[in-house]
Design a protein. Structure first.
Length: 293
């Protein structure tokens, strides 16, 4: 498995290596560490014209990046099939996009220890384009609060073909069959507030009843799909309410180390990353989030 791991060399979390190993079996992985030196803003270029500060700054950043990435490479060397690093110049999101396309990575890992960086990498305009238009899988890396003694995983199910495909893709990447104690298939029935507000109670109640029955079908389809992979330590869960809040709450309650969602679904996860539900899940859930295609 080819993995691209962009690194912010100014803020490397001490738990990065442990967090990588929490949900990924790295022994067959080839990891490329990437640091991007952003182009200097125009005002710094003006300063550079007079004093050479910009050139010296680039040299210092490059040297520091080499030191940090070399250390990470050394720490990962015994855990991976191979590990390399590269330092590029450019704008962060477009450069990551180009690397994904050029090198055909199987997985892009996005560290999100810094909430500002989470916004920049995951919710920025270009990054939304990266995650939604490329065939690459993504993992938002966070320090886990789950107990390592009993790893559990949540898979968001919305009835779309993408959410069913995500099950088989999750098995390929995370080895659901052997790496987790319990796999929770979760569907959240969400009735728009406007429907309650502007329709008769009996109508909204009927709609919700139909949605609950449809949810049962979605969960049954998902359970069959995962059972077909010879995975049977599975528990379906149906919830009613706000999808992001329910998923985040379950992730904490069930001691999960990973939440898996499809990148383009319907119902509970409309247009992941572009939609507010997925954005709120990534912000609220204190666990790692996999975005699969």
């Amino acid at each position: 498995m080819k993995i691209l791991l962009p690194i912010d060399v100014t803020n490397v979390c001490d738990s990065l290596i442990a967090d990588l190993k929490l949900n990924l079996a790295l022994e067959n992985a080839s990891i490329d560490l990437l640091y991007i030196i952003e182009q200097l803003p125009a005002y710094e270029n003006v300063i550079d014209t007079f004093s050479g500060i910009g050139e010296n700054l680039h040299e210092k950043i490059y040297t520091h990046a080499q030191e940090v990435l070399s250390k990470l490479k050394s720490q990962l060397a015994n855990s991976c099939q191979s590990v390399n690093f590269k330092i590029l110049f450019g704008l962060i999101s477009p450069t990551i996009h180009d690397e994904i396309v050029k090198n055909n990575y199987d997985l892009v890992i996005i560290p999100s220890y810094d909430p500002v960086k989470l916004e920049e990498y995951v919710f920025g305009r270009v990054s939304r384009h990266i995650i939604n238009t490329n065939p690459t899988q993504s993992l938002i890396l966070k320090p886990s609060t789950a107990s390592p003694m009993a790893k559990n995983v949540i898979i968001g199910i919305d009835g779309s073909p993408d959410s069913l495909k995500a099950i088989s893709k999750a098995q390929e990447i995370f080895n659901l069959k052997t790496n987790y104690q319990t796999i929770y298939l979760v569907n959240v029935v969400h009735l728009q507030k406007a429907l309650y507000a502007f329709t008769p109670p009996e109508f909204s109640s009927m709609v919700q009843g139909n949605m609950v029955m449809q949810s049962d079908v979605y969960l049954a389809q998902a359970q069959k799909a995962i059972n077909d992979l010879d995975i049977h330590h599975v528990e379906p869960i149906q919830k009613t309410g706000d999808p992001a809040t329910e998923i985040a709450s379950l992730a904490k309650e069930l001691n999960t180390s990973l939440v898996i969602v499809a990148s383009h679904g319907s119902h509970a996860f409309p247009k992941l990353i572009l939609g507010s539900v997925s954005k709120n899940v990534a912000k609220l859930a204190k666990t790692q989030i996999a975005i699969l295609k």
